[in-house]
Write a protein that binds this ligand. Structure first.
Ligand SMILES: [Zn+2]
Length: 254
């Protein structure tokens, strides 16, 4: 990142040592690649604390999806990096049919792939969860949704369901804790990391999804032009770490 007006490379505002390569618009920070990575990893560790499940040797499943290909693959990578230092590991959980080509990419990020029989009706942040969670033999199950997806889920419930349902960032189902480790991470940060780490081509793999609807376009505009609004939604709507939506706030939003 070059400051054209000044003609010099600004330093990272976190470490003050390496050249900044990313301007994080919602905070105004200028980050080097290492600090961008560590800031995302820090939010993931914070999400572990919110479900009160930490410690050595954890087996964490990531519910991979072709519709959330970039998020699934990067979450697998980041969780594996984090868990390795605690003697744990992250595994891909695959429900139903996925293409062979996507499976091949998933295997690059996950030593093993855990199949599940199918998806049930319970959702976390508008993502359907597997029917048989106990059969997966995991300590935790991670859903690869970002802060953008939380806002998208909230708006979809409101616009298409004509009701406001709780948008949870973690639940306990069939004795297994399911959480969304990236719920405080805007999607643009993940994309920037993938691009700067030269992973974007690989993790952008995905089947052709349906064309974006009005809500997709709205979230995309907010994410690019006004990313600070994502955080206003997060802090204005949630009571705190991993809590459900506050009815009083919802009436105001409506
Ligand atoms: Zn730095």
């Amino acid at each position: 990142m070059i400051d054209e007006a000044e003609g010099w490379e600004p330093l990272c505002t976190r470490c003050s040592r390496r050249p900044a390569v990313y301007l994080r618009r919602h905070s105004g920070e200028k980050l080097c690649l290492g600090c961008l990575y560590r800031s995302i990893a820090k939010e993931i560790k914070r999400a572990f604390s919110s479900v009160r499940t930490t410690g050595p040797g954890l087996k964490v499943g990531v519910l991979v999806s072709e519709n959330l290909a970039l998020e699934s693959l990067l979450l697998l990578k980041l969780l594996n990096d984090i868990e390795k230092s605690y003697s744990g590991l992250a595994l891909a959980v695959v429900c139903g049919e996925i293409s062979d080509s996507y499976l091949a990419v998933v295997r690059r990020y996950s030593r093993d792939v855990v199949p599940c029989p199918g998806l049930g009706s319970v959702e976390l942040a508008c993502v359907k969860l597997p029917k048989d969670l106990e059969g997966l033999r995991l300590d935790l199950l991670a859903v690869p949704v970002t802060l953008d997806d939380l806002l998208g889920c909230f708006l979809r419930n409101l616009v298409y369901g004509y009701e406001v349902r709780g948008v949870h960032t973690h639940i306990e189902l069939q004795h297994l804790k399911v959480f969304a480790p990236l719920y405080r991470v805007p999607r643009v940060d993940l994309v920037a990391y993938a691009f700067l780490a030269e992973l974007l081509d690989e993790v952008s793999y995905g089947k052709t999804v349906s064309p974006p609807d009005t809500i997709d376009k709205l979230i995309s505009t907010i994410s690019i032009k006004h990313p600070e609004l994502l955080f206003r939604f997060l802090y204005g709507t949630f009571l705190g770490e991993g809590k459900v939506l506050r009815p009083k706030t919802l009436r105001y939003v409506c």
